[in-house]
Write a protein that binds this ligand. Structure first.
Ligand code: B12
Ligand code: SF4
Length: 536
């Protein structure tokens, strides 16, 4: 067991540590990705890098945006590699881990995938971390041993109470932002957890906790020394829960409207007086969650109002926000159990018509393993399908069988709402409804890139295969568990040279692992793979 030297606090063994932030799941050429991926980097890998250096280790840091060459290369042969991954990058991370372990490194996975699917990730990593704080990292690095027979799942008792701020993370933020050619956005965090309890959300069971306001103020001042006009994206799950405290801190730290801010906030927090204050302080983009016309009324401040009534209310609210904030993305979840028939989709179209300036962010309902308590119900009802993780990014697969739709009908509706949302008419209306130059062009790029046009093509192809290919449809119906070639080919293409490193069995997972861990399952075998992937 290695121990820290008592004299200088330096570790007995200085480790070479590589930290990889997988912002995306494979190579890309999309214009949107080119402009934005580096701006979607995570805070935790940067925080981890600070902690590792503080503990005396040598750190190399890499943010993978889809434009770097695969397999990734590091300046020195690392002893330990930390990988941060969303579930969509699970297979990429598994292949990387296999390659690095073969080269003698100990591998550690953290991030949303590790939190949602620890059982699966332990099959491919030496360590899998849930909530992570400085003490956990220090303990792990005291004696990082390989665990070839199965990874060790470690987690802190709760979310950390403090994280390194921008000033400390700058060394790792700067090279990441060099990869963003047009606009650079610095990630910041003011709070963790959320007081709301939306049943599908990973933070519905994590207590709300603000982070240190003094660190926040210092970071904002620091950024003014780095950019003429800094841009900051708040990664808080729900920004502004303690609205006055956060605004007081911003106002104390920097002059009004000195920094462009972006935040994800629920409509219930966006009252007119709050918007006036946000505008005064430079907030330029807000991403409220509408989610559904039939559920989650408390979050959008519409109480018991549903259907058309809610559309009118939300639409008026969004149009009011637009008077203060130039860029709005309204988020919707499609496939929730409260929805049935064409009406929810028709209502979304009405909303688009009534609120032409808002960019609609559509997500397909996704049950990310342990993310939300609601997932236990889906698993108990045998409704969760084993789509490869690679497609679980809120838009390429809905991994819960819809309660009230046949699959082709569901996709018809999805296409029916996506098309008019990204038609040239809608693009034009959005463009003219917004005065500010960057937001109006951002919307055009998003619509004509993978998110708009790309998704219409993708959903149309899925819809076609659902009606023409019995085997494809059977997988969606849960009649068999042979993953369709459509998905396998895409996965192979995305992994490129790393495909050969993907361990046997790593394309499939047990969609009921969470339920089984809770000791309440009708046991079914894990998903199998047919055809070419059987070789994995
Ligand atoms: C901010 C945010 C974003 C931002 C910033 C993303 C980023 N790179 O961090 C933006 C808007 C860009 C974004 C995009 C997406 N997001 Co998002 N996002 C969030 C949100 C609201 C907060 C996450 C956060 O930063 N929390 C603060 C950190 C400090 O806490 P934490 O995430 O709990 O992390 C703890 C541990 O997991 C661990 N940890 C985290 N990372 C790492 C890394 C390492 C190496 C280690 C060791 C530990 C570790 O330490 C932390 C402290 O305990 C969450 C929802 C939520 N309420 O949590 C969704 C969430 C993470 N997003 C989600 C998804 C699906 C996406 C998208 C795929 C959506 C899309 N289709 O575009 C993309 C993917 C982007 C990408 N980088 O791959 C899912 C992820 C589910 C999953 N298992 O993959 C979540 C959980 C929302 C949900 N649907 O429930 N997102
Ligand atoms: S308000 Fe947002 S962050 Fe909070 S529980 Fe609901 S979806 Fe999650």
């Amino acid at each position: 067991m290695l121990r820290e030297s008592s004299e200088r606090g330096a570790p007995l063994r200085r480790l070479r540590i590589a930290i990889v932030d997988l912002v995306t799941k494979g190579p890309t050429r999309s214009l949107w990705a080119r402009v934005m991926n580096a701006n979607f980097a995570s805070i935790m890998p940067q925080a981890l890098a600070v902690w590792c250096e503080e503990a005396g280790h040598e750190v190399s840091f890499l943010c993978y945006t889809g434009f770097e060459k695969l397999p990734l290369e590091f300046p020195h042969k690392p002893d330990v590699v930390f990988i941060g991954a969303f579930t969509q990058a699970a297979q990429l991370s598994y292949a990387l881990s296999a390659m690095l372990r073969a080269q003698g490194a100990v591998t550690v996975l953290g991030g949303p995938h590790a939190r949602c699917y620890p059982e699966d990730a332990c099959r491919y990593f030496d360590y899998v971390l849930g909530f992570t704080d400085r003490a956990l990292v220090r303990d792990l690095l005291a004696d990082p041993r390989p665990n070839p027979a199965g990874g060790v799942h470690l987690e802190a008792a709760a979310q950390p109470t403090a994280l390194p701020g921008v000033r400390e993370r700058w060394k790792f933020i700067e090279p990441t932002l060099k990869k963003a050619p047009a606009i650079q956005i610095v990630p910041m965090l003011g709070s963790l957890g959320c007081p709301y309890t939306c049943s599908f959300c990973i933070d519905s069971s994590v207590p709300y906790q603000p982070l240190d306001f003094d660190v926040m103020k210092d970071d904002l001042r620091f950024l003014q020394t780095k950019f003429k006009r800094p841009r900051v994206a708040w990664h808080d799950p729900n920004f502004g829960v303690r609205f006055d405290d956060v605004m007081d801190a911003i106002e104390e730290a920097v002059p009004p409207d000195a920094i462009d801010f972006i935040a994800e906030s629920s409509l219930s927090l966006l009252s007119e007086p709050h918007l006036q204050r946000l505008q005064r302080n430079g907030f330029k983009a807000i991403l409220p969650g509408v989610e559904s016309w039939y559920d989650l009324g408390n979050k959008s401040r519409t109480g018991k109002q549903q259907g058309v009534e809610k559309v009118l209310k939300v639409s008026d609210h969004v149009n009011m926000i637009q008077r203060y904030i130039p860029y709005i993305q309204a988020n919707f979840v499609m496939g929730l159990d409260g929805d049935s028939g064409p009406e929810p989709f028709e209502l979304t179209k009405q909303f688009i018509d009534r609120s032409p300036s808002a960019f609609p962010g559509y997500s397909l309902l996704s049950a990310f393993g342990r993310a939300a308590p609601l997932n236990l119900d889906y698993q108990r009802d045998d409704r969760v399908l084993g789509f490869p993780f690679h497609f679980l990014n809120n838009n390429q697969a809905l991994n819960v069988k819809p309660a009230n739709y046949e699959w082709p009908d569901f996709y018809d509706h999805v296409i029916d709402v996506t098309r008019p949302s990204f038609s040239w008419r809608a693009i034009g209306r959005r463009f003219h409804a917004i005065k500010a130059r960057i937001p109006r062009w951002m919307n055009v790029v998003r619509a004509i890139s993978s998110e708009g046009f790309g998704r219409i093509r993708y959903y149309s192809e899925v819809r076609r295969q659902l009606v023409e290919d019995r085997m494809f449809r059977g997988f969606f119906e849960g009649e068999h568990d042979n993953i369709p070639r459509f998905f396998l080919h895409r996965l192979q293409k995305d992994l490129g040279p790393l495909w050969d490193w993907l361990p046997r069995g790593a394309i499939v997972h047990d969609p009921k692992a969470y339920l089984k861990a809770n000791g309440n399952a009708k046991l079914t075998p894990i998903t199998r793979v047919a055809g070419m992937a059987a070789a994995r």
